[in-house]
Design a protein around this ligand. Sequence first.
Ligand code: FAD
Length: 610
Amino acid sequence: MERNERKGLSRRDFLGWAGLAAGAAVGAAAVPPRAHAVAEGTIGDWAADGLKTVAVPNSADGNASSSDGTYRDHTAAAFPANDASPIPPRAVPDAWDYECDIVVVGAGGGGLNAAARSAELGSDTICIEAAAIQGGNAQSAGMCAILGGSRLQEEKRFALPTYPFDAQKMTDWAMDEYHFAADPLLIHRIAEGGGKCIDWMADCGVQWRLGEVPVYVAPKNSTLDHHVLKMKDATDAMFAYGQRLGVDYKFSCPAVALVQDDAGRVVGVVANEDYEREVYIHAQKGVILTAGGFCNNKALLDKYIPTAAMGCASSYLVLGEKGECFRMGLGVDADVSGFNSSASFDGGVDWASEGGQWARFLYDGMTQLSRQPWLTIDRAGNRLRYIDSRVGEDGAAAIYALGDLATIQMTPPGHRGYIIFDANFEDYLAGFAQEHCRKLITPDLEQIEKVPEHYRDWHHGVQDAIDADVLKKRDSLEELEADLGFAEGVLTGAVEKWNACCEAGEDDFMYPMPKEWLHPVATPPFYGCRIGGNLYGTKAGLMINDRMQVIDTRGRVIPGLYAGWHTAGGACGENSYVGDAILGSLLGDVSLAFCGGYLCGTFANDAELD
Ligand SMILES: Cc1cc2nc3c(=O)[nH]c(=O)nc-3n(C[C@H](O)[C@H](O)[C@H](O)COP(=O)(O)OP(=O)(O)OC[C@H]3O[C@@H](n4cnc5c(N)ncnc54)[C@H](O)[C@@H]3O)c2cc1C
């Protein structure tokens, strides 16, 4: 029997079959359309408002991953990837090019920790990275959610769900939030590991401070005023620590396949050194995959996180995230966990619907503009709730607000919403006073040099959107209505109602906007835009156990193979739609990556340690 031939129906098989069944159902629907109670193309159909389908090239034709790590303009031809097929393992070669104990794939948030931890525990460690610099997406993150158990939080006597910190209590709470659709042992490991990892990173040289809200930490010299590349201080410190311990970092060296021996053990990787020559790297103890998730691989999203593929209007991941390492895991028969789970951090703008690029720079002005409290409606003209991100007295609620808004925008009929405003929009922005990723970029912001020049003034991003007709600017509401794909009277009717509230000075919606936000849509030109969630975290990934070992489709450990988040899944429940910064995976995203790397490094080195 071939190694990958399966006897039973695994989860992955099931997903494949489910997809086929769904395809068959669609096919059947196309024949007798009247057999259905609902008109075809109105419910749950992303394209029903007339958007264009964007052709995404196969990843083999050119995945973009920046070579110098700086933000860059993505070209639609090169990014994102679009290939869901498993990458088969290679056989053991006659001769290896490099020898070591542990190979870590990826030098982002997870990989830097995994490599440093492995070296600290005495392993000869090679860390290969596709980009030319360390840090991955993690260097771009601003806040690191830790729900309790770190020294900083102990000083404040803080822990969720209640102080004192108790990993079991936290696990019970999280499992309840996930409707018990997760592995409690793994969740317990995360609950226990988060604070431990942050303390360890501090001991390795990362200077943390507690945020205004004690659920997150950030590098000490960051302002938290606006989160632009703040975590870079932490990833740089972990890189320096790994260097001091002798980790051999190989940059511009993407992994292209795993190497598996006849007994089924993963014994190394094949990498494309300097993007020029294939090298075989032998790992005596194990291979750790910490190469990010697969957020920008549309084909993988469609298959494993279909609601995110429908509901996320855009994505801003910038390094990696093409899913090759996930596909390598599939190639050695790994199972998948966290099916249909994703994280979105606030709303996004649907550039792709106008033929533009799906993955974009987050702070492009238009994204921030779209996240303001405008008149926001669904396809039927119903209002969508706005969630205020101002910190106010309850900072934790403000952090929840970001993920929650994304959820709202991803769940209406057709999986998207629309924002509408008029010519006076700029006058209202200061009064909205939104925080975090909703804050508009101005040239005087601290750390502004980390933002590409073009985007240092938010107006530029908005003008780009107008030029591309992503933000539609029309002389009449009727024109706007038609061009956004609304049925006649839907948008105009919603505007009429909204204007009546503005005039009365009181919002009659179930979730009313404060009086000072009620601005009529009355002065042409009128503006409108398709919006949805903004995808930033894959939560489906390779199935692992609580010792970070990858599990195959028959529930067995694949010897020699470990995965950390976000190449691994299972940190939150199945069908956990839009993880928020706190409960999306117990630790948010970057902290989860840090913690996963730390745990991988620990367990790959000594299965008895914890
Ligand atoms: C602008 C921005 C802001 C964010 N803000 C926050 C925030 O405030 N809080 C939060 O919790 N999260 C935030 N995130 C998300 C968070 O940064 C990511 O979830 C986290 O970095 C994931 O860590 P990782 O180790 O899994 O992946 P990464 O840090 O992306 O590292 C993966 C690395 O693997 C490399 N790689 C990929 N494929 C290969 C291959 N085949 N071979 C070798 N190397 C490979 C990549 O180049 C990359 O360097 C933000 C992300 C961005 C982009």
